[in-house]
Design a protein around this ligand. Structure first.
Ligand SMILES: Nc1ncnc2c1ncn2[C@@H]1O[C@H](COP(=O)(O)OP(=O)(O)OP(=O)(O)O)[C@@H](O)[C@H]1O
Ligand SMILES: [Mg+2]
Length: 325
C-alpha cells in the first residue's frame, strides 16, 4: 500500500448535513450535523436503525452523494473538490448484485475493474491472483458470477474494492444475508485489512459483529450521532445495570409500556429469537425488579426468566429507544 502523509485522521467528517426534498416539498435530513473522525489504522463501526443516515454518510465518503453542507475528507482530500483523489484512496464495498457483471467470470470482472482503475497491465495479473486467493475464490475464478451464491458475490465485491490497494475501506452492511460461517470468514477478512494498515469504516446491524471487530463505534439516529466510543465504553454506560430476560408468548407493545413505567427500569425491548419472544428489561443493580416485572406480565405465559450482564446490543437498544416519543 502506498502511504500518504502520516498526519490527521483518515476520515474526517465535520458538521456534515445532507437533506432530501420529500413529497410536498418537505425537507428531510438524512445526515444532520454529523461530526466523526476515524484515525488511521482504526476500524470504526457505524450503527443505527433503518433510516438513521449510515448509507447516506457512506455514499458521501464514496463521492457518489454530495453533501448539502459541512465537510468530509479522506486522508485530507475533500470529497467534493478532490473527488478523484478520494476515489483513488478509498475502496468501496457495497455488496448485493449491483456492481458486478453477471455474465463474466470472477477473474474477468476483476480484470475489467483493474482496467477501469488504471492498474498497469503488468501488475494486474499478480494483483488479481493475490485477491482471488485472499477472498478464497481461486477455485471458482473461471465461473460466471451469475452462478455465484450471495456469499461468493460478497467476497468478490471485497476483492474488487481492494483492487487499487486503497488506504481507506468503506463497507456498507458487508455481512447482510451471509450465512454464519461465511459471515465469520468475512469478519476475519475485514480484520486482516486493518492489520494490513488500512482504515475501515463499516456499517452493520449486527451488534456482536461491531463488538468483535471495531475499535470504536458511533451510533446514529435521525441523521445525528447519539453515541461514540469503544464497544466497552458503550457497555459501561449500561454499567451497574442488569438485564432481565423473560421468554413469553404473544407479548404486545402494551406490555413494554407497562414495564417501562416500573421504577428502576431503564428500558424494555421485545425481540424474536429463534422463533421465541424474549422481553429484555434493563434496570439498575440496586433494585431487583424481577418480582414487579413478572407481576406486570401476569397475563402472559412465562416460559423462562434469566439475568445477564449487558451486551453491546443492550447498550444500543437503550440508546436508540431512550427518549423515543
Ligand atoms: N435519494 C433519496 N431521496 C430521498 N430520501 C432519501 C434518499 N436517500 C436516503 N433518503 C432518506 O434519508 C434517510 C437516511 O437513509 P439511509 O439510507 O442513509 O439510512 P441507513 O442508516 O443506511 O438505513 P438502513 O439501516 O435501512 O440501511 C432515510 O429517511 C431515507 O429515506
Ligand atoms: Mg443503509
Amino acid at each position: 500500500m502506498t502511504s500518504t502523509t502520516p498526519t490527521g485522521p483518515a476520515i474526517a467528517i465535520d458538521d456534515l448535513t445532507r437533506t432530501f426534498r420529500g413529497p410536498q416539498g418537505r425537507v428531510k435530513h438524512a445526515v444532520d450535523g454529523l461530526t466523526l473522525h476515524v484515525e488511521r489504522g482504526e476500524m470504526m463501526g457505524l450503527l443505527g436503525p433503518n433510516g438513521a443516515g449510515k448509507t447516506s454518510t457512506a455514499k458521501i465518503l464514496m463521492t457518489v452523494l454530495l453533501p448539502t453542507s459541512g465537510s468530509a475528507r479522506i486522508l485530507d482530500h475533500d470529497v467534493v473538490t478532490q473527488a478523484q483523489s478520494v476515489r483513488r484512496l478509498t475502496g468501496v464495498i457495497l455488496g448485493g448484485d449491483a456492481g458486478l457483471y453477471a455474465r463474466l467470470s470472477a477473474r474477468d470482472n476483476l480484470a475489467l475493474f483493474a482496467d477501469l482503475y488504471g492498474i498497469p497491465y503488468r501488475q494486474q495479473k499478480r494483483r488479481i491472483q493475490e485477491l482471488l486467493d485472499l477472498v478464497g475464490l481461486l477455485k471458482d475464478e473461471r465461473k460466471r458470477v451469475e452462478s455465484f451464491s450471495r456469499g461468493m458475490k460478497q467476497r468478490l465485491h471485497i476483492a474488487r474494492g481492494l483492487l487499487h490497494d486503497p488506504e481507506v475501506v468503506i463497507l456498507d452492511e458487508p455481512s447482510n444475508g451471509i450465512d454464519p460461517v461465511g459471515a465469520r470468514e468475512l469478519r476475519v477478512l475485514v480484520r486482516e485489512q486493518v492489520r494490513a494498515g488500512r482504515t475501515v469504516l463499516l456499517t452493520t446491524h449486527y451488534m456482536f459483529e461491531a463488538d468483535e471487530l471495531c475499535d470504536r463505534v458511533a451510533v446514529m439516529r435521525d441523521g445525528k450521532k447519539v453515541a461514540e466510543g469503544t464497544p466497552e465504553s458503550l457497555k459501561k454506560q449500561s454499567d451497574g445495570q442488569v438485564v432481565l430476560t423473560v421468554e413469553v408468548d404473544s407479548a404486545a407493545e402494551e406490555h413494554l409500556t407497562r414495564l417501562r413505567a416500573v421504577p428502576g427500569v431503564h428500558s424494555a425491548a421485545l425481540a424474536e429469537l429463534d422463533g421465541k419472544q424474549v422481553i429484555s428489561v434493563q434496570s439498575g443493580q440496586q433494585t431487583d425488579v424481577t418480582a414487579v416485572v413478572l407481576d406486570r406480565l401476569r397475563d402472559l405465559t412465562i416460559r423462562q426468566v434469566s439475568k445477564r450482564e449487558p451486551t453491546l446490543e443492550d447498550a444500543y437498544v437503550s440508546l436508540i429507544s431512550g427518549g423515543r416519543p
